[in-house]
Design a protein around this ligand. Structure first.
Ligand code: ADP
Length: 371
C-alpha cells in the first residue's frame, strides 16, 4: 500500500474526512498507465481543500501530458458526486522522478545565502515545526532528542522558540550558560544532551519583544557562538507557524531536514500544511509528520477516546506522500512530565509512550543516515 493509499483509509467523519472523500472519488479515475487509478498511481499531489473548493496538482509523465485535459475532466466528473464540492482547481505538471519521502527541492536565494559551514561538527540538524502553537511541538522535540540520546547518539537541543522558550521548564534546567574568554557560549546539559535556549538568557517573567532582525542575530549566535562540540543530531524546536521568526530561522539554520507536528483535527492539519509548504519552499526535506494527542486511553475503563478527532496527520502525510512517523496519545504523564521537567522518555523509559518516541527516533536516524 502506498502512503497515498494509507492516507485514504476510511476515517470517522471530521478530521480529514473531506480529503478522504475526495481521494476516494478520484480513485474512480483511471490513470494514464491503464493499470492504476490516478490516486494509487501517485498522480494526485498537494491536495488542499478550502470550504467547497478542491485544489490539487495532477502530475503526469511527459508523454501523457497531452491527456491532462481529458484526465482533469474525468476527475471533475468524479468529484461532482460530492455535494459539498463547488469548485475544482486542477493544475497539471510534469511528473518528476523523485523518491517518495523527499520534499520537492526548490533552491531559493535564501537557501543559497546560508552559511556553508555553520555547524561543521554537527552531522544532522533537524527542525521540529508546527502550523500553530499548543500541538506539543516542544514536548515532541524534548522526547525525540532524549530518545536519540538513549540510542547512543550525541545530541543537542536548541530551543529556537525564541518568543516562547519552554525547554528550560520541560527539562527543569535553569541558569546562565558560561561564556568563555573568547566569548564562546557553553551550552547547559541535562540527561546527556546539550541545551541552548533563549530561556537561559531571560528572566522567567521577561517577555521577548524583538523584531525579525534581532531574531536573526540571536540565531546566528546560537549557531556560531555556542560550543556545541561534535554532535550526531541537533534537534531544533522552531517557533510555531510560518511567520517571520520560524521562516528566518529555517533559512538561517543549516537544516538537514524537518519534522512537522500536528494534532489530528482538520483545522490543525490545515495549518500544519502551511508549515510543510514553508519547508518545501525553502527546499528543506520533510522527514514526516508526527500526530500528537491522537487519542486518549481512559486509565479507569481503558476505553479509547478521540478527543481531537482522528486521522488528520495520516491524511496530511498521505496527501504529501511523506511518512506518518507516529501517533502519540494524550497521556497525563506527558503533561505532568513537561511541567516538572521529567519527560516520559527519561521518567518512564520502558513505557509504550517512550517506546513510540524511540521508534520514531530510530526511523529518523535511519532516514537521514541513509542520505
Ligand atoms: P507547542 O510546543 O506546540 O506549543 P507544547 O509541547 O508546549 O506545545 O505542549 C502544550 C501543552 O500540551 C503542554 O502543557 C504539554 O505538556 C501538553 N502536551 C503535549 N503533548 C501532550 C500529550 N501527548 N499528552 C498530554 N499532554 C501533552
Amino acid at each position: 500500500m502506498t502512503t497515498a493509499e494509507q492516507g485514504a483509509q476510511p476515517s470517522a467523519a471530521g478530521a480529514g474526512s473531506k480529503s478522504l472523500a475526495v481521494l476516494n472519488e478520484l480513485r474512480n479515475v483511471p490513470g494514464p498507465d491503464g493499470e492504476h487509478d490516478i490516486v494509487s498511481g501517485k498522480h494526485v499531489k498537494n491536495l488542499s481543500i478550502s470550504g467547497s473548493n478542491v485544489q490539487f496538482v495532477l502530475a503526469l509523465p511527459k508523454d501523457d501530458l497531452e491527456r491532462a485535459e481529458q484526465l482533469s475532466a474525468a476527475a471533475r466528473q468524479a468529484l461532482a458526486v460530492l455535494e459539498w464540492v463547488e469548485t475544482v482547481d486542477i493544475t497539471t505538471e510534469e511528473e518528476k522522478a523523485e523518491p517518495l519521502a523527499a520534499a520537492p527541492t526548490v533552491h531559493t536565494p535564501a537557501q543559497q545565502v546560508k552559511p556553508a559551514n555553520a555547524l561543521p561538527n554537527v552531522k544532522h540538524v533537524i527542525a521540529i515545526g508546527s502550523g500553530k502553537g499548543g500541538v506539543g511541538k516542544s514536548t515532541v522535540s524534548v522526547n525525540l532528542a532524549l530518545a536519540l540520546a538513549a540510542a547512543g547518539h550525541k545530541v543537542g537541543l536548541l530551543d529556537a522558540d525564541v518568543y516562547g522558550p519552554s525547554i528550560p521548564l520541560m527539562l527543569a534546567v535553569s541558569g546562565n550558560p558560561l561564556i568563555t574568554q573568547d566569548e564562546r557560549i557553553i551550552p547547559l546539559e541535562k540527561h546527556g544532551i546539550k541545551l541552548m535556549s533563549m530561556g537561559f538568557l531571560l528572566r522567567p517573567d521577561q517577555a521577548v519583544v524583538w523584531r525579525g532582525p534581532m531574531v536573526h542575530g540571536v540565531v546566528r549566535q546560537f549557531i556560531g557562538d555556542v560550543e556545541w562540540g561534535e554532535l550526531d543530531f541537533l534537534v531544533v524546536d522552531l517557533p510555531p507557524g510560518t511567520g517571520d521568526a520560524p521562516l528566518s530561522l529555517s533559512q538561517e539554520l543549516p537544516l538537514t531536514a524537518a519534522v512537522v507536528v500536528t494534532t489530528p483535527q482538520e483545522v490543525a492539519a490545515a495549518v500544519a500544511q502551511k508549515a510543510m509548504s514553508m519547508f518545501q519552499r525553502l527546499g528543506i526535506r520533510i522527514l514526516g509528520i508526527i500526530e500528537n494527542m491522537s487519542y486518549f486511553i481512559c486509565p479507569h475503563c481503558q476505553e479509547s477516546s478521540e478527543i481531537f478527532d482522528r486521522g488528520g496527520g495520516r491524511v496530511l502525510a498521505g496527501n504529501a506522500l511523506i511518512p506518518l512517523l507516529g501517533e502519540i496519545p494524550i497521556d497525563m504523564r506527558m503533561r505532568k512530565g513537561s511541567d516538572v521537567g521529567q519527560p516520559v522518555v527519561v521518567e518512564f523509559p520502558d513505557s509504550e509512550l517512550a517506546q513510540q518516541f524511540k521508534e520514531i527516533a530510530a526511523r529518523l536516524a535511519k532516514q537521514v543516515e541513509a542520505e
